[in-house]
Design a protein around this ligand. Structure first.
Ligand code: ADP
Length: 574
């Protein structure tokens, strides 16, 4: 079992199983004053954050201490395999209908080969030329980075091998200067039970490096937008028409390219993307046990077609964190810093001291809001980064949704003491419902067993919602991290991380929603409201076709949804 830290030891990060990891991640951890874990050869369990590219063995979650965090959630990767993603979405579509219509029709090979053949012949018999020459894309399920992918029109041209999915190819993607692109969006899920999800406002667009045409379906640089592939293409370094050299843009650049032509529809597409991401997460939420101090950091790949409809292409469990070009650094470096801010991980801090010491009767915002109340992303320089040659080490205050907790204890009295004290230190939404946390609930905080794995005898009980007091307790425990973050009362925004679900935090006396039907209904209501707002906003032909229109549409959406101030609009910067 993990050993507790001595007070005032540095915050330690552990990378994979051998200490190697993505360059930007290492840079950001170092920037934050964290120390790399030294115990890869065994024995030492003293680490605070373990970042692993692949999933953790189920046993790792059980040994997790209050002061330890891991970048995966048990069973949080079901949406990251091409075949299981398609199965989950298919199932949701059957239940909830066309709201789940954002994933291209898909067949699983070898199981559904006969179905694919009959669909192809049905289309061939079709009257119009377009349906008779439909393009399909064949993708091996266990591969990534475009490996093993090919396009075909007839099943006779299909090479069968390892298990794969065959998807309808989106034949008319939105192009910029004739180049196909897809969007990479960063999503953080600190909990599935109930679902809490944040999406980063900035992201990347990845371009193919040869102009798009359907007359040549065998050239991967025209059709696949993976940057790992296009980096090796003959025209990668060339200065391409409007796109420039390389193959990546930021979302800000994409918005600027689209807004003039599409007006309010451009605003609407980002709202549809938010809904698509939420609906995808909801598809696996019910199959994910409550887990504490664990989060998922996903990369969602979304393709826009020429009507600006977003299509989900895939979800990545460990999105690339390399710095290949300027756009990567612009987007990923602040994104990682703000991810750790969001999670309440320290800037320059210590391990257990994060959790020890008397509760401070004051919560300082670092903040997404400055003293004047104006929203601004936290400034790196203001937080103790290198200034000239000298590193100024200033302790970074915790984000507003984090408070200092006492050291974990099994003593019931001190736990209730803490509950009382934490009531005093509340300035925001976080601990207002701390009375809901019973002594038993907090007691289970201090036990290292944070995830109820499938081997757990109570496994089945987490499937049943909050019908019983025990399940409510488990939910509250999973929502309350060891560093004091309460996700069921989480803030709407930290830096550019915007909470996309729940849309608004529940009232103090209410529990979060976990019912999938209700959650999908919320997303549906959200989508209806965004469509109306875009339609009404689009009628005004004199409205500015730039970023100043965002504030107007945002205000209209807030008014329509009546969620109150805890609702945040997600939108890439302009
Ligand atoms: P990988 O995991 O190998 O990256 P993806 O599913 O992301 O596989 O597909 C790779 C690329 O192929 C995507 O980035 C996208 O450009 C293109 N692509 C994948 N599926 C489709 C589709 N159904 N329609 C159009 N393009 C697609």
């Amino acid at each position: 079992m993990a050993q507790p830290f001595e007070n005032d030891e540095p915050f330690v990060y552990r990378l994979n199983d051998n200490g190697s990891g993505p360059s930007l991640l290492v840079r950001v951890c170092t920037d934050r004053g964290w120390r790399i874990y030294q115990g890869y050869t065994g024995g030492d369990e003293k680490w605070n954050l373990w970042w692993r590219t692949s999933a953790f063995p189920a046993t790792s979650y059980k040994a997790l201490g209050d002061w330890q965090f891991m970048n995966h959630i048990p069973k949080g990767g079901s949406i990251c395999r091409k075949d299981s993603l398609s199965r989950l979405l298919r199932c949701m579509r059957r239940i909830y209908g066309s709201i789940y219509d954002f994933s291209p029709p898909c067949f699983h090979l070898p199981l559904e080969y006969a179905k694919l053949v009959s669909e192809c012949s049905r289309l061939r018999r079709g009257d119009d030329a377009a349906s008779s020459s439909v393009v399909w894309i064949h993708k091996p399920v266990a591969q990534s980075q475009g490996r093993g992918i090919f396009l075909f029109r007839s099943v006779c041209d299909m090479r069968c091998g390892s298990p794969a999915v065959v998807q309808r190819y989106i034949e008319r993607p939105l192009l910029i200067a004739g180049y196909k692109f897809d969007l990479r969006l960063y999503v953080c899920v600190p909990g599935y039970r109930p679902l809490t999800a944040y999406m980063y406002a900035e992201g990347l667009a990845r371009f193919g490096t040869d102009k798009y045409t359907l007359t040549d379906i065998h050239n991967p640089y025209r059709h696949l937008t993976n940057s790992s592939l296009n980096k090796t293409g003959p025209r990668y370094a060339e200065c391409k028409d409007r796109i420039g050299s390389g193959c990546k843009w930021t979302l800000k650049q994409v918005r600027r390219a689209l807004v003039g032509r599409w007006g309010a529809v451009e605003w609407l597409v980002w709202q549809r993307i938010r809904a698509l991401v939420t609906l995808t997460l909801l598809a696996q939420a019910a199959g994910t046990p409550p887990a504490r101090n664990c989060f998922e950091f996903y990369g969602f790949d979304v393709l826009l077609d020429d009507t600006l409809k977003p299509w989900l292409i895939e979800v990545n469990l460990s999105p690339a964190l390399a710095a290949d070009c300027e756009a990567d650094v612009i987007v990923k470096q602040p994104m990682l810093h703000e991810l750790f801010d969001l999670l309440g991980l320290p800037m320059k801090h210590t391990g257990l001291s994060l959790l020890q010491g008397p509760p401070t009767p004051h919560i300082t915002s670092y903040s997404s809001e400055d003293e004047s109340g104006a929203t601004k992303p936290p400034s790196r320089a203001a937080n103790g980064h290198r200034r000239g040659a000298r590193r100024v080490r200033r302790r970074r205050a915790m984000p507003i949704h984090c408070v200092n907790l006492q050291a974990p204890t099994l003593d019931k009295c001190s736990v209730s003491d803490l509950t009382e004290k934490s009531k005093d230190v509340q300035t925001g939404r976080l601990y207002k419902s701390s009375s809901e946390i019973s002594c038993e609930g907090l007691e289970s905080h201090s036990t290292p067993n944070v995830a109820l794995s499938s081997a757990d005898p109570v496994e089945e009980t987490w499937r049943g919602g909050y019908a019983t007091a025990a399940s409510r307790r488990r939910m509250l425990t999973a929502c309350s991290w060891g560093n004091g973050v309460r996700w069921d009362r989480g803030v709407g925004r930290v830096g550019q991380w915007v909470r996309i679900y729940p849309h608004a935090t529940p009232k103090d006396d209410q529990l979060s929603i976990e019912d999938a039907r209700e959650s999908v209904a919320h997303v549906s209501k959200f989508l209806r409201a965004t469509r109306e707002v875009a339609r009404e906003g689009g009628r005004d032909k004199s409205a500015p076709r730039d970023g100043s229109r965002d504030a107007f549409l945002e205000a209209a959406l807030r008014k329509k949804l009546e969620y109150g101030s805890s609702f945040e609009v997600w939108l890439p910067p302009f």
